[in-house]
Design a binder for this molecule. Structure first.
Ligand code: SF4
Length: 370
């Protein structure tokens, strides 16, 4: 496992507000020139960054998250999540521009409904970082910025007219990059719709920009509870003291925090690495919820694992981690047909009235039906 590395030339810059989230965003690395200054880029990374700068999927790395990247090791699991690579230009079998069929399921502008009781509201195209494996790379960072209330009114009208939708996931882009009053206004507007029971905020901010989780933010959002925070830690090196404090602040303010981890080749496709991550999350009152098979997004073939890798990891973790630390392995079926859990098969035989299991400790055990 690569140790977090300090890129001192960037993170020790004297600035009166360098601990503020806005300073972090304003000083993010977004150009090839700045990226070259910050990291010893390989030829493939440089080509990827130049491709991004020419109009491809953009990159952005706040100083805080950049400091977790190893300056000289291109295999660093943090660096690989955010630094472009030439392989992004290479097609892979199964690639899709919109792997979850979101455009086909858009029921109002910026509102996607793939399940009867849930909908996804895309309130911005901006993120603090642009994850190289992003499912929504077709639209995030593409322009437009945070959506106004006026622009979202057709989505609110749809939700009001469809009371079967009780759970709204506020996503984007990253909703926590928005100014607090703007986000609070969106949540307030959603709370005017009586059938909307649960709100969820889908955000990588606790991971990549934990400075954003201020006391003021959680106080501003609390009136709109119940709000669940769905965050996205992929590697134990991301669970820093700052990120821990952000998660604990959310939990203290009554936000259940759930985590999606995307399984990524050469980054976290290892049972020991994930066991460490999941234990650390539980310690910080974050529930490891899903281990997601990476979606087949165009340009991410180099980051995806075969499905059997995830199944084998789950086999190794079963019995080693407590139930609250063990996520479900999930495949979000291409085309937007919904998520399905995938599990290692511990059933090794059956006969009328009896099922034989291979227990995690290697013992074969029969369960006899009543
Ligand atoms: S923060 Fe989320 S939406 Fe933004 S690039 Fe990363 S995965 Fe995509």
């Amino acid at each position: 496992m690569t140790e977090p590395h300090q890129n001192l030339d960037l993170v020790t810059l004297e600035h009166p507000t360098r601990e503020s989230w806005r300073w972090q965003l304003q000083n993010s690395v977004r150009s090839v020139a700045d990226l070259r200054r910050a990291l010893d880029l390989t030829a493939e990374e440089l080509a990827g960054a130049e491709r991004a700068e020419r109009g491809g999927f953009p990159f952005a790395i706040p100083p805080y998250y950049l400091a977790l990247c190893d300056k000289s090791d291109p295999s660093c699991p943090i660096r690989r999540q955010v630094v472009p690579h030439a392989a992004e230009g290479q097609p892979t079998q199964g690639d899709l521009r919109d792997p979850l069929g979101e455009e086909a399921h858009e029921v109002a502008p910026d509102l996607i409904q793939r399940y009867p009781d849930r909908a996804l509201l895309l309130v911005s195209d901006r993120c603090a970082v642009y994850c190289r494996f992003c499912t929504r790379s077709r639209m995030v960072g593409a322009g437009g910025g945070p959506r106004s209330i006026a622009r979202l009114e057709p989505a609110f009208a749809y939700l009001a007219a469809h009371p079967e939708v009780s759970d709204v996931i506020v996503s984007g882009g990253d909703p926590l990059i928005m100014a607090t009053p703007r986000l609070a206004a969106i949540l307030a507007r959603l709370r005017e719709i009586p059938s909307v029971q649960t709100l969820r905020l889908a955000t990588r901010v606790p991971v990549v920009l934990p400075q954003r989780i201020t006391a003021e933010l959680v106080e501003a959002l609390r009136p709109y509870h119940p709000i669940w925070v769905m965050t996205h830690f992929n590697h134990p090196n991301e669970v820093t003291p700052e990120a821990s404090q952000a998660c604990q602040r959310l939990a203290d303010a009554g936000f259940p925090v759930m985590n999606h981890t995307v399984l990524l080749r050469g980054i976290n496709d290892d049972a020991a690495c994930l066991a460490t991550l999941f234990r650390e999350l539980v310690r910080n009152r974050v529930r490891p919820y899903y281990l997601l098979q990476a979606d087949p997004v165009s340009g991410t073939g180099h980051l995806r694992t075969p499905l059997r890798t995830g199944v084998e990891i789950m086999r190794q973790l079963q019995g080693k981690l407590s139930g609250i630390a063990l996520p479900k392995l999930i495949v979000d079926t291409p085309g937007g047909h919904g998520k399905v859990p995938v599990s290692p098969d511990f059933v090794i035989g059956s006969s009328p009235g009896a099922t034989r299991f291979l227990a995690p400790n290697g013992v074969e055990v029969d369960y006899i039906d009543p």
